[in-house]
Design a binder for this molecule. Structure first.
Ligand SMILES: CC(C)(COP(=O)(O)OP(=O)(O)OC[C@H]1O[C@@H](n2cnc3c(N)ncnc32)[C@H](O)[C@@H]1OP(=O)(O)O)[C@@H](O)C(=O)NCCC(=O)NCCS
Length: 197
């Protein structure tokens, strides 16, 4: 797998809500670019958002706790690893959302572990930008980045009460494991093919 994450800020032109192609969209409020080594702190912030996904929860897990608990920290620790892939949404020069993929080994599996050659997705949108299409746009961008890197499947774990499960389903993720009391593992299969940027 190529280490795209460290390569630099290649912009995905015009990736925008409701737009599955690479055509530029003039009124898109953000751009999506590849994540770089400079984005680690922001991505950790988005991981904290993902862990504390429900606005109804009164007791949130602190950033320190998320980043020191192995089960959550391993999604971002040491970013970027050689095989990590990621995308960042930016509006007005500020990061507003991130999605990334990391391969985790069977000995240290993520919540959505399927196999050591299937990377797991993490995604978070800054609170004031939610519900405006950035999440869907990032899901499409990371899938395209993964497909171009030769990845054939992406997995994730999502709590059943999180509306994000419907978003994932609408982007082609299918439930493959419902054995956990509160969450499902979902997998998206990627067609072979390569997009040239
Ligand atoms: C989940 C998340 C990544 C989705 O990104 P987003 O930018 O808010 O979502 P989008 O604006 O792209 O919306 C995607 C779909 O979800 C729907 N949606 C958005 N917010 C919603 C909400 N609060 N409740 C129900 N549906 C909602 C939208 O209507 C849209 O569906 P549509 O295209 O059919 O209209 C983002 O909300 C987030 O970071 N949440 C907190 C962290 C989290 O839950 N991470 C995932 C953990 S598995």
């Amino acid at each position: 797998m190529p280490g795209d994450a460290a390569r630099g800020p290649t912009v995905f032109p015009g990736w925008s809500p409701g737009c599955g192609s690479l055509a530029a969209v003039a009124d898109s409020p953000w751009i999506i670019r590849r994540a770089t080594s400079e984005d680690g702190t922001f991505m950790a912030d988005m991981l904290v958002e993902a862990v504390n996904w429900s606005p109804e929860w009164k007791k949130k897990k602190s950033r320190n706790r998320v980043l020191s608990t192995p089960e959550t920290a391993h999604y971002i620790a040491g970013w970027p690893r050689d095989t990590d892939l990621g995308v960042i949404a930016e509006a007005n020069g500020e990061r507003i959302a991130a999605a990334w993929l990391r391969f985790l080994p069977a000995a240290d599996p993520g919540y959505g572990f399927v196999a050591s050659d299937v990377p797991e997705l993490a995604i978070g949108v800054a609170v004031h930008w939610r519900g405006r299409g950035a999440g869907r746009a990032l899901l499409r961008a990371i899938a395209e980045q993964a497909r171009s890197a030769g990845i054939r499947q992406i997995s994730l774990s999502v709590e059943r009460k999180n509306f994000a499960q419907k978003l994932y389903a609408s982007e082609g993720y299918q439930i493959v494991d419902s054995s956990d009391a509160g969450s499902d593992t979902m997998v998206k299969h990627l067609a072979a093919g390569r997009v040239q940027f």
